[in-house]
Write a protein that binds this ligand. Structure first.
Ligand code: ADP
Length: 511
């Protein structure tokens, strides 16, 4: 129930209660006053006529006294006066209204007042009956009986009760209507506006001064406080957005710094890798320049020079692509292509350390990823694996499908994933170090060789893609890092065969 209605109802009930108590008190006082009045009238009349009739009896006999009783009775409209016998067996017309047993006290008191006893379902209200002894007492055992009906009193009380009830109902209705109208105007409507405004602020629509209540009461103060809160919230949100933007920019810079670190390593390895094609080009060029070669031989040399140039251009382009800064953008991509490209980029570094890189790629559906970011993840993992491996070892990258429960937010349900395992047989990670390897700036590499950012960046990127990274490692035996990426349900049945690499579905080895 609405607050205004509750207050209104409480007020109406309160008014009703007060008026009802007032009415009951008033009615019972009226009843008492009536009773006192009637008794007083009876007493005055009885004390006045008892000595007169007693004297009449004493002086002129019973018959004269009875005549006087009848005269007095005839003169009174509301009170019936008669002489009643108090003997054991009175005649019916002189029998008292009240049972003689209730009149025992009359002998001592001289005057006795009591209400008639009504038996059964009589509609008539009881009469007030007053008995008075004559003074001086006559020879016959009897008393003067004054009887008066209480019907007028009952009718008056009924009318009073009825009037009071009407007044109570009228007051309650008027109060109710007034409270409903004023409650709706001063409480209901402003409170509804406050609620709507609070919802609007909660939903982010905290426009300045949208709620202007002109009331100078608590609700008006509340509206002002809400508006102030809305302004504070807007300001806090603005500050929060700035902080988040700054954090994102910093994160981007860190990620780029990480890429440049790898690019430096790759460039150094590439310089070494370019030596072979350059030697080949120079040899072919010198042969052509020396002359004396058939047109077919010159053609062969030119073709070889073009092929080697193409290879060098491709290697340099991939490296430049990796270092270039591009806005984050998720597109459907083939993990096979991504793994192959990563393999191409890192092969010179692996070769420099006499480490073999192998890839095993099962048929998997495409994934929606930011290709550059995911490549950064793979490069981090493969480079770490190469660094941890000794000469002649193999680092294998496997792509497949799995169902896992270790996804963020997956609760206990298994989620279908595409997974990339990067496995090495290198030094492994000690148990004491394992919990810290994803911390930013944690590194066990000598100063200048590691930034400690690779795994932390990799985990952030994978988490941003709704995936997770798991690690298994044993000291002296090697480590396996597994990247799980959720499969889009609508792509679950697809395979990325359209973007397949020559190695897809087979095991390819490069060294
Ligand atoms: P960095 O490579 O610059 O040290 P990372 O965040 O990539 O930073 O790695 C943090 C640490 O995790 C490494 O210094 C190393 O101790 C450990 N680590 C990561 N990958 C491997 C791995 N394949 N084998 C052994 N240790 C690893």
């Amino acid at each position: 129930m609405r607050l205004a209605r509750k207050l209104g109802l409480a007020l109406v009930l309160g008014v009703w209660l007060v008026l009802a108590v007032f009415a009951i008190t008033r009615l019972s006082r009226e009843r008492e006053l009536f009773d006192v009045d009637m008794r007083g009238d009876h007493r005055v009349l009885a004390t006045t006529v008892a000595p007169v009739i007693g004297a009449q009896w004493h002086n002129q006999g019973e018959a004269a006294a009875m005549r006087m009783v009848r005269r007095i009775d005839a003169a009174r409209a509301h009170i019936t006066i008669r002489w009643v016998s108090l003997t054991d067996s009175p005649l019916p017309e002189s029998r008292p209204i009240v049972a003689p047993s209730r009149l025992a006290a009359l002998a001592d008191q001289g005057i006795l007042q009591l209400y008639e006893e009504r038996t059964g379902a009589s509609a008539e209200p009881p009469r007030l009956v007053t008995y008075a002894r004559l003074v001086p007492p006559p020879p016959t055992n009897g008393a003067l009986e004054l009887a008066e009906s209480t019907a007028p009193k009952a009718a008056y009380l009924r009318a009073t009760a009825y009037d009071t009830l009407i007044a109570i109902v009228a007051v309650a209705v008027v109060c109710g209507l007034l409270v409903a109208a004023l409650g709706a105007h001063y409480v209901g409507r402003p409170v509804s506006r406050l609620i709507a405004r609070a919802r609007e602020i909660g939903a982010g629509g905290a426009e300045r001064g949208a709620l202007a209540l002109k009331q100078r009461d608590e609700l008006g103060e509340l509206a002002t406080a809400i508006e102030r809160m809305a302004e504070d919230l807007t300001e806090a949100r603005r500050r929060e957005v700035k902080v988040v933007e700054a954090q994102i920019a910093m994160l981007e810079q860190l990620r780029h710094a990480d890429r440049l670190t790898h690019a430096g390593q790759m460039a150094a390895a590439l310089a070494h890798e370019l030596g072979t094609p350059l030697n080949l080009i120079r040899g072919h060029a010198q042969r052509v320049l020396r002359g004396g070669r058939s047109p077919e031989q010159v053609m062969d040399s030119v073709t070889a020079i073009a092929a080697q140039s193409e290879r060098m251009t491709e290697l340099v382009r991939k490296l430049l692509d990796y270092t270039r800064r591009r806005p984050a953008q998720r597109t459907p991509a083939s993990l096979a292509d991504l793994v192959t490209a990563t393999n191409d980029l890192l092969t010179p570094i692996a070769a420099g350390k006499q480490v073999r890189l192998t890839t095993t790629i099962d048929s998997v559906p495409p994934v929606r990823v930011d290709v550059d970011q995911l490549q950064q993840v793979l490069i981090n993992l493969v480079l770490n694996a190469v660094h941890a491996s000794s000469e002649g070892a193999t680092v294998s990258v496997r792509v497949g499908s799995e169902a896992t429960v270790s996804m963020p937010g997956s609760a206990r349900e298994k989620v279908s994933c595409t997974v990339v395992h990067v496995e090495d047989t290198g030094v492994g990670i000690p148990e004491s170090v394992l919990p810290r390897i994803f911390d930013p700036f944690f590194t066990t590499k000598p100063s200048g060789e590691g930034t400690g950012l690779g795994l932390s960046i990799a985990r952030d990127i994978v988490n941003e893609h709704g995936g997770s990274i798991a690690v298994r490692s044993e000291v002296g035996k090697g480590s396996t890092f597994s990247v799980y990426l959720p499969v889009e349900p609508s792509w679950a049945g697809l395979s990325s065969s359209s973007t397949t690499t020559p190695e897809r579905g087979t095991s390819s080895t490069s060294s």
